[in-house]
Design a protein around this ligand. Sequence first.
Ligand code: UD1
Length: 361
Amino acid sequence: MRNALVHVVGARPNFVKAAPVLRGLEALGVPQRLVHTGQHYDVAMSDVFFRDLDLPRPDESLGVGSGSHASQTAALMVALEKVFTSHPPPLAVVYGDVNSTIAAAIVCAKLGIPTAHVEAGLRSFDRSMPEEINRVVTDSLADLLLVTSPEGLDNLAREGVDGERVHLVGNPMIDTLLRHLERFDPGPVRQRLGVPERYAVATIHRPANVDQPDAARRIVLALQEAVARIAVVLPLHPRGRASLEGAGLAELADRGLMVLDPLGYLDFLSLVRGSSAVITDSGGIQEETTILGIPCLTLRPNTERPITITHGTNRLVEPEALGPALDRALAGEQAMPPDGPPLWDGHAGERIAGVIADWLR
Ligand code: UD1
């Protein structure tokens, strides 16, 4: 398919965002190919998502794997350059803020291949986050900027991005959530994993929280406060396991902490749906809890998703303040508005497909 556009995905959150866009474009008859960079490669980090989300098998799998930021991004660029040189597509679609995203955006810009960035305009204004660098660079290079949330429009306008390239389309991650909502059944998952009836779910993987021993120790102390209040289930990203264990995570096992391997999409969201609260440093989970109406406590000093805070479901919390914040969340003091943010309605993929199809014409 010489004239097929190319989607570039590489990491867990990309898969969740790409699924509705692929479906939307398929419905319009737009030819497309899927390239998986292999940034995430474990069965639990990649294959499970393809199965759970009914994603098509990638047309190309590049198997790039892990590395430092420079070596991973460089390897991604070398591999993607080969893909794009052999079959230059009319458009490449890139997702979110991971290293696969920025690598594809740079390669395409230099080969003169236009790009569409899904989830453009998010800003934490914290350049110590690798993802913030990835967002700013990708948006500065993209030809089509597909924005999930209204504050993204202001962020891009402030950076001087031409408004003609920018489209507010809503949130494709929420499309995926709403599409599979009926399949999120906490009971069987709890039973299979031995999770008690009342529990909180935690996820921790940000470099700022797990890469340094001091930071990991703060997280373990925060989790110690949490398990003093409620059982906590922690599906652990491979990135943080060694440092959190070094900081004493295992000692919390007999005090109410269940550490699990990473979970697939359906198992994870089933557990979240049945939980009393979520403790996280992930970006996407701040959004998913907004729609599921679960109080979310985010262990970060800032967020690129401020709409989840103004909406009321999410709070930024210092690790030292997690205990009291969890008390308030469990007491039902965190707001749970019934309606989601504008255009988080399950139809973002169709809108994105419409914008892309118009642009291709
Ligand atoms: C990446 C994204 C992050 C996103 C996260 C979602 C970047 C810069 N970061 O972080 O924004 O929130 O994905 O999960 O792209 N590893 C495995 N198996 C895998 C993949 C990774 O064991 O399948 C381990 C490796 O030790 C690797 C480490 O996890 O070095 C980090 O993986 P990497 O892709 O560099 O970044 P993430 O931390 O996963």
